[in-house]
Every structure is written in C-alpha cells, then in structure tokens.
Design a protein around this ligand. Sequence first.
Ligand SMILES: N[C@H](CCC[C@H](N)C(=O)O)C(=O)O
Length: 317
Amino acid sequence: MNAHAVPVEKYHGTGNDFLVVDADNANVGDRGAFARTHCDRETGVDRADFDAGSAGDARRGADGVLFLSIEERFAPTRVVMTLVQPDGSTATMCGNGARVVARWAHDRTGDREFMIDTQAGTRRATVNADASEATIEMGEPTFGPTRVPVAREGAAAGEPLVDERVEGLRVTAVNTGVPHAVAFVDGGRDDADGIDAVDLDAVDLDAVAPPVRHADVFPEGANVNLAAVVDDGSGEGPAVLDQRTFERGVEGETRSCGTGAVAVVAVARRLGLIEGESAVSRPPGGELSITVPDEGHATLTGPVAHEFSGTLPFDPR
Ligand SMILES: N[C@H](CCC[C@H](N)C(=O)O)C(=O)O
C-alpha cells in the first residue's frame, strides 16, 4: 500500500477551511483518525508540504474533512457529503462545508447547480458565474425543543428555549441542520444580567462558550454563537450582524460558521432585533448573505476558494 494514497483538495468558505476527499477514489478506513491527524492546527496538513515555493495564506490544519461521493447520472448532479470533524465526530450538516462541496463539484463537472445529500436532508446548491461564490438552501430553522434538541424538565419541558439564561449567557436555541445557541451581546434590549453592550471582539469566547456548549440543557451539545446587531435593517439595505462562533467538534472558534450565520439571523428575527428577511453576517473570516423567510427554507451565500491540492497518508497512525 502506498503510504501517500489519499488525494486531497483544500478549500475554504469565508475562512472555514476543509480538506476534501473523493470517497469513491480513496478508501479511508478510519475517517476519525484521518481527520484528527490532518486537521490539527499545529501538526496537521500544510500547503508547504506539497508546494514549498508557494506563499499562499492557507492555514495549517483544517476545520474538518469532507468525504464526498459524486453521482453525475442525476440531473442536477448529486453529491453525498459527510463531514468528519477535528475531534473525529461526524456533523449532520455544515453550511460553509456544503458551499465548498458545490465549488468542488463545479471544479469537477463545470455544472453550476447540485443537490447535496447531507444527514440533515438534501439541499440545493448553486455557484455563481465565475465560481467565486456559492449559495446553499439551508432548510427551515426550527426552535422546537425536540428538534434542537433541548432537554428540560417541569413547566419548561416542551417549550422552546428563547432568550433565557444558560451558563452566564442569555441564549436562544435553534437547529439549522445542527444545534446552535445564539447570544446577542448588545442584546438590543435591556439585559442587566448578560454580557451586555460589550465589544464582541473583546469577549473571551474560549472561556464563555464551553460551559454553554456542554450545558445539560443541550443533550447533544451545541455550537455557541455570540452576535451583535450592527444595522437593524430598518433603513436602506439588509440588516448587518457581527458573529463569532465556537464550534462543537472543532472545540474552538472558527473563522466562520454557515449554519451559525443562519442561526444568528433566525434568532435575531425571532427576538425582533432586525427587520426584513435578508441579512449580512460578518464572522471574522468574511461576509455571508443570509435569507430567513417567515416560512420555507433559509439560504446562505458567500465566497468559496480553492487553497491547494496534495496527497496524504492513507493510515495516519
Ligand atoms: N462550520 C459549519 C458547522 C459545523 C457544525 C458542527 N461543528 C457541529 O454541529 O458539530 C457550518 O459552516 O455550518
């Protein structure tokens, strides 16, 4: 067996970066071990290993490995997507990952429209004319406690968790393909208890997010988002929100999170903090455009880019 048997492509969407493996072309036995090894930010995959001369800004490691299987006999072309995270777990959905999948499939086929099979459902995706941006349909955000899931006893059982205190943050729980907890640091409202009216960039996310991520009220855990309303959308143009996300499975902050961006906008709408169904979210890694209509599926649009190609060991151990 060739020790370097797995061809990989590295892509990112607004700084949320992924290794892509064609699952039909490379049979990675232990996907969790493969992801744990190559996603590591200190010792994982590095562009310089393949292309020492290039001065690209691709970061070492990745936020996950996308194992993809493309089925061109369908119209539009279908891609089955499985995201294995840096801790070896599998995420049911990933918004930026799905946007990367659309770009990867476009780079292979030249098509612009795809159906992406995720564990959260089948989602339609498109890429724009120069393939610099991809849009993914994101399903309908749901606040239902059994769907998030949220686990509570007594009077609160069966009620959605909306703007309530969990481990020091005022959070709202929503599922946008995966569970999210969203807290607005500026509140847009009177919040004597919370971390109110603070600079989002100054919050120590790695300190405040883990207790919420692991709170008993989230039996499957949750991704934790802090957000601030920059423009409530009552004037011209869509609402603008700043966003930072601590991700389950990465167990740290990512530069961008697509399901998180949809979650932030869905919660902002539910709390009445913004007007209109369209919004721009500004995570550290770039800008995402989101729509969350009153009914029907949300959409997520933003830039996608190829970083490099290489070949990695089949069995990293
Ligand atoms: N970064 C992804 C979300 C991954 C979700 C995953 N971290 C989990 O729920 O375990 C996104 O763009 O939507």
